[in-house]
Design a protein around this ligand. Structure first.
Ligand SMILES: [Zn+2]
Length: 241
């Protein structure tokens, strides 16, 4: 085998390895695991958000309950006043004071009823949050169970992939043996931009870019001790015998 034969063989093995590496990065099992992992992370975040919201609402409810309780106390005081008025001699009563007290009692009554409405609305919202949390937890438990099961399969898969990769890598290493350093360096420079730095010459057409090259290119390749590259795409040209 001459240097170009070696290089062509090396490229073939290297591309095989690269394609295998790409393929195994994206197996259905891996993809599903990544999806489940994302779902679990998002679920965690949702849970903590909903819990925070629910906590704020609970705090608000106890705040309102305290306020409502103080209104109820005020109203009880007023009721005491009313029973006092009812025992008084009507002549002695100040009508203005009583009207004022009645208005105040109405105001307190309205306030209490509004606060109770708010509390009941907040309680409903907390119940919705609780239902959301329960639903999310259930879905997360299912996802976690699937994840754990698939992860075991994945470990088996990963082990066999690792073995295949090691074998393919050693094939590529072996294929590099005997290729002179300067040729390998030039190959690697082209490899930085192209998957396949070596192209087969078909007639006088570059197999890499399909451009027709000058007549005589094949004899140039055969007789040159340097690498000949396609003037269009820069690939190293190779004649497969
Ligand atoms: Zn070309």
């Amino acid at each position: 085998m001459n240097n170009l034969d070696l290089l062509w063989n090396y490229q073939t093995k290297q591309i095989e390895l690269e394609r295998y590496e790409k393929k195994v990065k994206d197996t259905p099992l891996r993809r599903r695991l990544i999806t489940l992992q994302r779902f679990l992370q998002q679920g965690q975040k949702l849970l903590s958000d909903v819990e925070k919201q629910a906590k704020l609402k609970e705090d608000r409810i106890s705040e309102i309950e305290n306020k409502s309780k103080s209104y109820v106390d005020d109203l009880e005081d007023l009721n005491k006043d009313f029973s006092y008025y009812s025992e008084c001699d009507p002549e002695e009563l100040d009508e203005k004071e009583i009207t004022q007290a009645v208005k105040e009692a109405e105001r307190l009554g309205d306030n209490i009823s509004n606060l109770r409405k708010t509390i009941s609305r907040l309680r409903q919202e907390v119940e919705v949050s609780d239902a959301k949390i329960r639903d999310n937890l259930m879905k997360m438990r299912q996802a976690k169970a699937e994840y754990d099961k698939l992860y075991k399969d994945y470990q088996v898969e990963a082990k066999s992939i690792e073995a295949d990769l090691a074998e393919k890598r050693s094939v590529v290493e072996k294929a590099a043996e005997g290729i002179p350093a300067d040729i390998m360096a030039e190959y690697n420079r082209i490899k930085a931009n192209r998957e396949d730095p070596v192209a087969i010459l078909n007639g006088n057409i570059c197999g890499g870019c399909n451009l027709q090259l000058p007549i005589g290119i094949s004899s140039l390749i055969r007789n040159s001790d340097k690498l000949v590259r396609c003037e269009n795409c820069g690939r190293i040209l190779y004649i497969k015998e």
